[in-house]
Design a protein around this ligand. Structure first.
Ligand code: ATP
Length: 321
């Protein structure tokens, strides 16, 4: 278990992280989300031991983590931190980099291990290519495989799929998180990508301006976000006054995701279309409801200034009130 207690940290005078406390059970996958600059990378570096926590305590399995002032080599031994820049040896091959920290006493099992990792990041064919000849996304995949090589107990990932094209990203995510679950490796992934969060994490931590404002099971957090900031980290979201749904003059606002609004030609509630954006599986429609802009998904394109009837399921309204 990872335990973080009252962690406060500043690079200069202003604290970047303020009184952060949470625990993560072994084997759990956790997303770390928040607006750019809120302190996600800083938190990962503090946990790994690259930065010294002036206030607060960190524990891994009851052992206190002492940080860089007490460790000769920065970085906890049973953890791996995959930063946004990857430390690889440019003149050595992909396979050599992945196997760099593996023991050389049993060459056969070392090769098996490297082959398994090459398969996870789908780089078997590039095993003998030197790092200097790889693209940014390929380097990121090698760095990921290298981070897994010694099966860390805790894996800290900072935007791990950032440079990787969509085509590879989906398979890579599935391979990676399957590997982590199989080996009971705990992970924290700092990310801005909704798919990383929703499909692969058990819990989500939300940071806002250096403060931890939520720690919840990911599904719960998505389905019932407590405020606009949290909901907007998952993508487009509408903040609509209940009165707009014909609920008297109820001034309270509800948060509604675009896919929760359905086009309904018989609906009393009508909105005026401003724009339609093609999104592949659907169109994202921008429209005006009671002087406010709302977004919803539709199976077809609508032209401005067409009037379209929309409806929202009663149970969603009740859940969010
Ligand atoms: N080495 C540093 N020295 C001084 N300030 C820093 C340093 N690194 C980061 N900061 C500041 O600390 C704050 C938090 O930065 P951090 O990189 O942790 O944010 P983040 O949430 O990971 O952002 P992003 O999502 O853009 O990667 C920012 O205001 C940043 O400018």
């Amino acid at each position: 278990m990872l335990r973080v207690e009252n962690l406060t940290f500043a690079y200069d005078k202003l604290p970047v992280l303020k009184d952060i406390s949470f625990t993560i059970d072994k084997g759990q996958h956790v997303a770390l989300i928040g607006a750019s600059g809120c302190g996600k990378s800083t938190l990962l570096k503090l946990i790994y031991g690259l930065l010294h926590a002036e206030q607060g305590n960190l524990f891994w399995e009851h052992r206190q983590l002492m940080g860089p002032l007490f460790n000769l080599v920065p970085g906890e031994e049973n953890m791996k931190y995959l930063s946004q820049g990857f430390e690889l040896q440019a003149f050595r091959t992909v396979a050599e980099n992945i196997g760099e920290f593996l023991s050389n006493t049993d060459q056969e099992s070392k090769k098996d291990r490297v082959d398994e990792l090459l398969a996870i990041v789908e780089m078997e064919e590039l095993a003998d290519v030197k790092i200097e000849r790889l693209s940014g996304g390929q380097k990121q995949r090698v760095a990921l495989a290298k981070a897994l090589a010694k099966k860390p107990q805790l894996l800290l990932l900072d935007e791990p799929f950032h440079n990787i094209d969509n085509f590879r990203r989906s398979a890579l995510r599935r391979n990676l998180f399957r590997f982590l679950k199989r080996h009971n490796i705990t992970s924290i992934t700092a990310t801005h990508d909704k798919t990383d969060i929703l499909s692969f994490t058990d819990q989500t931590l939300v940071i806002k301006q250096g403060e931890l404002i939520a720690q919840q099971p990911t599904v719960q957090l998505y389905q019932n976000p407590k405020d606009y900031y949290i909901a907007s980290l998952f993508g487009e979201v509408n903040k609509i006054q209940l009165a707009a749904f014909g609920q008297g003059d109820d001034k309270r606002y509800v948060l509604i995701y675009p896919d929760e609004i359905k086009v309904d030609p018989d609906a009393q509630l009508q909105v005026r279309v401003k724009n339609s954006y093609f999104n592949g599986s659907h169109y994202l429609i921008e429209a005006v409801l009671d002087n406010q802009i709302i977004f919803f998904n539709a199976s077809q394109e609508y032209q401005a200034p067409e009037l379209v009837g929309i409806a929202i399921a009663e149970e969603i309204l009740n859940l969010r009130k």
